[in-house]
Write a protein that binds this ligand. Structure first.
Ligand code: PLP
Length: 407
């Protein structure tokens, strides 16, 4: 008899986006002539930069000729892309990361989910609350948790991100081996200072723990004092893996390209307590289960690092950041406490009422769709997330409608 992995039965159904879709569908049915503006999704809305498109086309043409055709590529990514990433994203900022420490992949979602395969089943895991749900669900699937009660799994340590700590969680006060951190944060938009990250790195050394640092929104950082990479912190190479993505940076949510940084000296431990480097383990995992990102997509991603690509990506991100500024300013003027939106595409808004009640009110009165914070964890109750991923026109119109609705 083939039996299932019963850990899957512990997964709490993710009602968030299906609930949103249902409520929007009900509203549209009741008000077929009212237009709806969606500021709930975390997907980009603008086209790929022209430099990427040119490179994409060129690579597709190469695939059309026997002389330049490419078959299976290196699982960890082509050197032309790894070298550009190491130089452009790290070495140019004085950060010591080499090309062979970059693993190109088809998404940070997959990588943040897959990486936990490298660790013991009894590893103690800490996740932020509110949280990007992939960190939690992949550990549930692996059997590292008990059941879910009141929005929390037993066996997981939840690091509360609240107004009191500026949405940067405090160090855990219980024993933890593996910590997920995400800055700029989804959903709160919060960023961490150099001192805060340094405290996490020191803690990881002291407790022989590992940090999984998700920097998918790094490109949105504009404040020069905020670190872009955990490796800007001394000692981080030994205790941190970093995830980056071209999705939000350059509009690759549909094209799919990301990368994970595993420094050569980044370690976990054997059951006997000896240091075990993670680089060979991740290489083994990826070369066994993954066949690499397609050649044209890697060429398109490499074009991000050309002078034209950099200027075009800056233009895209600047456009979304201006949307974020407009949203934040308007919501602050309406009297709400807001986080994010300055170095992040997300604005996290304290509604001082139930998240879903506020969601319904915005939909009914303004025809604007946001994301209720309660869907990201217990600490998200009372908040909504508004996303800057939309056109300027839609954002301006949505803000006018919200002002009118709340007047
Ligand atoms: N990490 C965070 C925090 C995200 O919000 C997202 C996407 O929304 C991802 C990772 C996934 O990125 P990718 O498109 O590279 O899989």
């Amino acid at each position: 008899m083939i039996t299932i992995n019963t850990n899957y039965t512990k997964l709490k159904a993710s009602y968030l986006f299906s609930d949103i879709a249902r409520r929007v569908a009900d509203f549209t049915k009741a008000h077929p002539h009212k237009s709806i503006i969606r500021l709930g999704i975390g997907d980009v809305t603008r086209a790929l930069p022209d430099a990427c498109i040119q490179a994409f086309h060129g690579a597709v043409d190469e695939m059309a000729r026997d002389a330049t055709f490419r078959g299976y590529g290196p699982e960890q990514g082509y050197d032309f892309l790894r070298e550009k990433i190491a130089a452009g994203d790290f070495q140019s900022r004085g950060v010591d990361i080499a090309a062979d420490e970059i693993f190109v992949s088809d998404g940070s979602k997959c990588d943040t989910g897959n990486i936990q395969e490298l660790f013991a089943l009894d590893a103690a895991i800490a996740v932020p609350d509110p949280v990007y749900p992939v960190y939690v669900d992949t550990n549930v699937m692996a059997g590292r948790t008990g059941v879910n009660e009141n929005d929390r799994y037993s066996g997981l340590c939840y690091l509360e991100s609240t107004e009191q700590n500026g949405f940067v969680p405090d160090l855990p006060c219980e024993p933890v081996d593996l910590v997920y951190l995400c800055f700029p944060n989804n959903p709160t938009g919060a960023t961490a200072t150099r001192e805060q990250l340094a405290a996490w790195v020191a803690w990881a050394h002291e407790h022989r723990a590992l940090l999984l640092f998700d920097a998918a929104y790094e490109r949105f950082i504009r404040d020069p004092a905020i670190p872009h990479s955990i490796y800007e912190i001394e000692g981080a190479r030994e205790v941190a893996v970093e995830f980056r993505s071209f999705s939000k940076t350059a509009g690759f949510t549909g094209a799919r390209c990301a990368f994970t940084v595993v420094p050569r000296n980044c370690r976990a431990f054997t059951p006997g307590g000896a240091a075990q480097m993670l680089h060979p383990l991740w290489l083994r995992r990826q070369s066994t289960k993954f066949n690499g990102v397609s050649y044209p997509v890697q060429r398109a991603a490499a074009a991000v690092y050309s002078p034209q690509g950099q200027a075009q990506v800056d233009g895209l991100v600047d456009g979304y950041l201006e949307n974020a500024r407009i949203i934040r300013e308007k919501m602050c003027n309406l009297g709400f406490a807001c986080t994010g939106g300055d170095n992040s595409p997300y604005i996290w808004i304290n509604t001082r009422q139930d998240s879903w009640a506020f969601f319904d009110m915005l939909l009914d009165k303004a025809g604007v769709v946001c994301t209720p914070g309660a869907g990201f964890g217990r600490c998200g109750q009372g908040y909504i997330r508004i996303s800057a991923f939309n056109s300027r026109d839609n954002v301006e119109q949505a803000m006018e409608r919200i002002s009118d609705a709340l007047a």
